[in-house]
Every structure is written in structure tokens, then in C-alpha cells.
Design a protein around this ligand. Structure first.
Ligand code: SF4
Length: 305
């Protein structure tokens, strides 16, 4: 466990109980946040969690699109994102107008949006997907042409797994996963010939094609537990490595190349969580029609879990 300011932790725990609040944290959050959260997970796990919670308030430690997803699935609850400007540059690559233009150009296509997108983009989509179920979602769509937004590397991975579909892919990318290179991977093979290399589908195509497994963060956690090898090389945001080490103390985990950090994911500290609990803000609020339409796309996605 990392060093924690006990008074912050104690006050957070006390306030959570007093205010009937639940703290959800993404796998990429700082260790200090992971240690005090009620539930840890990837976007999909946290979305599912938020739906069934018997609490009044959700303190969402992650980035905006994740907190919005919790609000869409639990509109009756107060959802608080401790750092208002914790956004996702990948989600910001596409606007509603961009998507509407694509829909007008390809009127027969259905729209699949990765959950790493704004609530408004979800509301314009037929179905959402995560990196864990994107291929299955696309496989089950009943038309041959699909507009896939906003991550191009994930889109390319899904296209490879579904050759019978024609994907029109938006050219967005995650700057964190883009930083892992083929050279990093080749160097890791030389330095750790016995290790398994697990990469996220937001990584570059050449990195995906030379890895042992292309998996979501939940897939990485599962593989780390079941794998017979002692050393695993991980290509995703470095916050996951903290959780992997904690859950698998007898195994070794290294980042592919240098550690890659999502700056927005690291903005949330214990001080921000405490202030969010005290003030019950910044609150996530969305228009009713956006919630209604985005919820439909998210519920379609849940069928493929
Ligand atoms: S890691 Fe990438 S996709 Fe995830 S929140 Fe950060 S920028 Fe967005």
C-alpha cells in the first residue's frame, strides 16, 4: 500500500457513510484513490456497478465520460466527478456534428460508439461498446456497414476480427496508448524472452499484431491471474500495474517501454475526493433527452456482456 494521509482517508470513510455515498474508481487512478475506493474496475465494470447501487450519491474517480455513463444508468442518483476538468482527449476528438455528417453520408450504416465518448455521442449511436466486448457487439449488428467511433486502433482491431462487416472508422486515438511502439515491444522480447506481452486494443496496429494478447484492462487482470508465467509486460496506462502487483504479489509486471500516464486520470487526489464529498459537487448533469437516448445505446451494449 502507498503512503496515505490517514486523516484524509478517515474523513472520506466517515463522510461516505454519513452521506450514503459510494466511491467508484477506474483502474488508472492513483494508488491512494484505488486503496480507498469501494469498487475498482474498467469502464464497463464501473458502469454495471453504478446501476445496481443502493446509495444516494456516487463519487466517480475517473474521467468525465465515465461519470456521465454512471449518470445515464442511474439518473436518480447524484453523480459527482471530483475534478471538473478531468476529461478524455480521445472522447473529445469527435463532435455531435461530425457524427451527424457521417450518418448523413452513410445512411444505411449503424453507429457503434466506444464508451470513451461523450453522452451526446452515445445519444446519437445505435449501440455502445467497450474494449472488452467491441468485437461481439459489431458481430451481432444486423447490417453490413458500421460507423465506429472514436478510437481508430480499436476500430481496426474490431475490423480484423469481423471481416464480413465494413467499418467506417473515425480517426481518433488515445495519446497514452499511442506512445507504446513496436520498438518497445521488440526490446521487451529481447530483455524478457519468457514473459507474456499483453497490450490494450487502443495501442497501434503493429503493437497489437506482435503482442501475445490484445485485451481490455479487465482481460489483463484475468490473464495475469491465470497465466503460468511469472513476468508479464503490460501496454496500458500505468495505474493498472499498481492493481496487478497488488492482486498478484508473486508475479512481476513491467510497463512496455516507459510507464505511460494519463494526466487527466491522475488529477484526482484524496484532497479532491474529500472536497467533493463535503460539497457534493461538481455534479454531473445531463439533459433528459440525452440521458434517454444514450441509455438506449448503453442498454443495447449490456446485452453483449
Ligand atoms: S487513458 Fe486515453 S482513453 Fe483513457 S481517459 Fe486517458 S486519454 Fe482517455
Amino acid at each position: 500500500m502507498v503512503f496515505q494521509d490517514e486523516s484524509f482517508v478517515e474523513r472520506i470513510i466517515k463522510l461516505k457513510t454519513q452521506k450514503q455515498a459510494v466511491m467508484l474508481a477506474h483502474n488508472y487512478q492513483l494508488g491512494q484513490i484505488q486503496d480507498v475506493a469501494d469498487f475498482l474496475g474498467d469502464s464497463l465494470e464501473l458502469a454495471k456497478r453504478s446501476k445496481g447501487l443502493g446509495c444516494k450519491m456516487i463519487i466517480f474517480c475517473g474521467v468525465r465520460f465515465m461519470a456521465e455513463t454512471a449518470k445515464i444508468l442511474s439518473p436518480e442518483k447524484k453523480v459527482v466527478l471530483p475534478v471538473e476538468d478531468a476529461g478524455c482527449p480521445l472522447a473529445d476528438t469527435i463532435t455531435v456534428e461530425d457524427l451527424q455528417r457521417l450518418k448523413a453520408t452513410y445512411p444505411d450504416a449503424k453507429v457503434v460508439s466506444y464508451v470513451n465518448s461523450s453522452a451526446e455521442i452515445k445519444a446519437e449511436s445505435d449501440v455502445c461498446c467497450t474494449s472488452a466486448n467491441a468485437s461481439t457487439v459489431v458481430e451481432n449488428i444486423d447490417v453490413p456497414q458500421i460507423i465506429f467511433v472514436p478510437d481508430a486502433n480499436l476500430g481496426r482491431w474490431v475490423q480484423k476480427n469481423n471481416p464480413s462487416k465494413k467499418l467506417i472508422i473515425w480517426p481518433g486515438s488515445c495519446y497514452v496508448h499511442q506512445q507504446f511502439t513496436l520498438e518497445d515491444l521488440q526490446n521487451a522480447r529481447k530483455s524478457f524472452p519468457e514473459a507474456e506481452i499483453l497490450v490494450h486494443p487502443e495501442c497501434r496496429p503493429e503493437v497489437q499484431d506482435n503482442a501475445d494478447f490484445v485485451v481490455s484492462t479487465s482481460g489483463m487482470l484475468k490473464r495475469a491471474k491465470s497465466s503460468q508465467v511469472k513476468t508479464l509486460i503490460i501496454a496500458t496506462e500505468e495505474g493498472l500495474i499498481y492493481r496487478l502487483k497488488k492482486e498478484n504479489p508473486k508475479k512481476e509486471f513491467y510497463s512496455l517501454g516507459n510507464s505511460r500516464i494519463c494526466l487527466n486520470m491522475k488529477k484526482t487526489t484524496l484532497a479532491e475526493v474529500l472536497a467533493a464529498l463535503e460539497d457534493e459537487k461538481p455534479e454531473v448533469s445531463l439533459k433528459d433527452d440525452v440521458i434517454k437516448k444514450a441509455r438506449k445505446a448503453l442498454e443495447e451494449m449490456v446485452k453483449f456482456i
